[in-house]
Design a binder for this molecule. Structure first.
Ligand code: CA
Length: 77
């Protein structure tokens, strides 16, 4: 019985961790605060993962992320 409780507990923890990770994944629309269709460095500052990957994501190096460039964000990093 104790083992079963432990297993259920671990499964619950995993479930909580999973749903949190999903909620935390930044979305393009959330970061594009002025809704101009591009994410600037200033807008990217709202999410550390996006900021850290900004240079890699900004494929054409114009300092702005388009929806296409943002799509290669690794939100698990
Ligand atoms: Ca914008």
């Amino acid at each position: 019985m104790k083992t079963l409780s432990a297993i259920v507990f671990v499964l619950l923890l995993l479930g909580v961790a999973n749903s949190q990770a999903r909620e935390e994944a930044p979305t393009f629309n959330k970061l594009d605060s002025d809704a101009d269709g591009k994410i600037s460095v200033n807008e990217a500052e709202a999410d550390m993962r996006v900021l850290e990957q900004f240079r890699r994501l900004d494929a054409n190096g114009d300092g702005l992320l388009t929806r296409e460039e943002f799509a290669s964000l690794d939100s698990h990093q």
